[in-house]
Structure formats: structure tokens, C-alpha cells
Design a protein around this ligand. Structure first.
Ligand code: C5P
Length: 224
């Protein structure tokens, strides 16, 4: 039998990454960052110079792409490489972020990554974070969480992150980017972002990272 799976979905900037990392550590589960995988494909498409409209060429690229994903561990951050190239940092640039939701809407891209994620999840014992984990990748996950927050709150968090990195994006730009990505992610035809019927919604406005993490751990312990 497989170990339990926690699915954490929600829009951009709702705090999924930070919270998922903490939940994984506290419960000794593997952390699966599926957004990083879509970002790696977006990076590859952008590097290859293939047009976004050329679905055939993108499908070709994706089918032959070799992904290597090693989840973060105590003391070591997540590493992801594609076709042998380590892109762990490169996938976080504003250019990749601006491109990714158009790449992730393409059928060949989703087919490849969903089956890759399902393979990684065969034995269970993981907490996976994304947009379609509870609805599509692991529909039988033991616990499903849908993390939300107002656009203002999410943009503010991103802004604070970028301040640390010395990036010059304004709050208004970040709000627009987030809204546009949410719109694309929730209006695409394939596995759009939406809350699974059996997911527990947590609105993180005004909650600390610790409070959100503790809530998820509490729900997990109730069902396990
Ligand atoms: O979570 P993150 O911001 O890294 O995700 C980047 C993008 O990858 C999302 O905006 C979405 O377009 C795509 N994505 C997806 N399905 C997932 C995870 C991410 O379509 N399960």
C-alpha cells in the first residue's frame, strides 16, 4: 500500500511553496514542487527559440526532454535540471514567470508532466503543490488543501520577496501579473485551477506561515 499524499493547490502567491516546504519537513514527507517542472519546460521553450504558437514543435521538445527533480532536503534546496542543465535558479526569473502559464496550458506539456508526477507519487509519502494536484494528478489524495488569499495580499508578499532580491517591480505591476496568471491558469481548457470538491479551503489573509502550516498538520493528523 502507498503512503498518504497531501495535495496543496491554489493561485499564484497564496503562500503554497513556503507552507508546503514546512509541512513536508514537519511530517517527514517528500515535497513535490510541480510549478518548478512547468517552469523548467517554459525555460526550455524560451531557450530553444520555438514560437509559443507552434504547438507541434513544443510537443516535440517536451517529449524528448529529460527532467531530473530532486526534492529539497534538510540543508539542501530543491534542484531541478532539464536535459542535463541545472535550471534551479533560472526558472525563477520574471521572464520565465511571464511565459509559464501559456506553456502549461498546452496538452503535450501537461501530459508529460502529469505522468512524471504520478510516477514520482506511486509510493505516496509526499506533499505536492500546484494547480491541479487534488483535481487531476492525485485525485485520491488523503488530504486536499486549497490555499487562497486576496490579490492585494499576494502581491504584497511577492513585493516583499522581491525587495530582498533587489528587484524593482512595483506593487501595481505585481498585482497585474498575478491577476493575469490566475486568469490564464483558471480559464484554460485542460485541468484548470479550481478547488476540488473535497478540498479544505484556507484563506491565508492575515494568517502567519506558522498558523497555516499548523492548520494543515492538524487536518492531516485528524485523517491519518
Ligand atoms: O507555482 P508556480 O508559480 O511555480 O507555478 C508556475 C506556473 O506553472 C503556474 O502559473 C501554472 O501555469 C503552472 N502550473 C500548472 N499546474 C501545476 C503547477 C503549476 O499549470 N500543477
Amino acid at each position: 500500500v502507498r503512503q498518504p499524499i497531501i495535495a496543496i493547490d491554489g493561485p499564484a502567491g497564496a503562500g503554497k511553496s513556503t507552507v508546503t516546504r514546512r509541512v513536508a519537513k514537519a511530517l517527514n514527507l517528500v515535497y513535490l514542487d510541480t510549478g518548478a517542472m512547468y517552469r523548467a519546460i517554459a525555460w526550455l521553450v524560451s531557450k530553444s527559440g520555438v514560437s509559443l504558437e507552434d504547438q507541434g514543435a513544443i510537443a516535440e521538445l517536451v517529449t524528448h526532454a529529460k527532467l531530473d527533480f530532486s526534492p529539497p532536503t534538510e540543508g539542501a534546496p530543491l534542484r531541478i535540471s532539464i536535459n542535463g542543465e541545472d535550471v534551479s535558479e533560472a526558472i525563477r526569473t520574471p521572464e520565465v514567470t511571464a511565459l509559464v502559464s501559456q506553456i502549461s496550458a498546452q496538452p503535450a506539456v501537461r501530459a508529460k508532466l502529469v505522468s512524471y508526477q504520478q510516477d514520482l507519487g506511486k509510493k505516496g509519502g509526499l506533499v505536492a503543490e500546484g494547480r491541479d494536484i487534488g483535481t487531476n494528478v492525485f485525485p485520491d489524495a488523503e488530504l486536499k488543501i486549497f490555499l487562497t488569499a486576496s490579490v492585494q495580499e499576494r502581491a504584497k508578499r511577492r513585493w516583499l520577496d522581491f525587495q530582498d532580491q533587489g528587484d524593482g517591480m512595483t506593487l501595481e505591476q505585481l498585482e497585474q501579473d498575478i491577476q493575469q496568471r490566475d486568469y490564464r491558469d483558471s480559464h484554460r481548457s485542460l485541468a484548470p485551477l479550481r478547488q476540488a470538491v473535497d478540498a479544505i479551503e484556507i484563506n491565508t489573509d492575515g494568517l502567519t506561515i506558522e498558523e497555516v502550516t499548523d492548520k494543515i498538520i492538524y487536518f492531516y493528523q485528524k485523517i491519518i
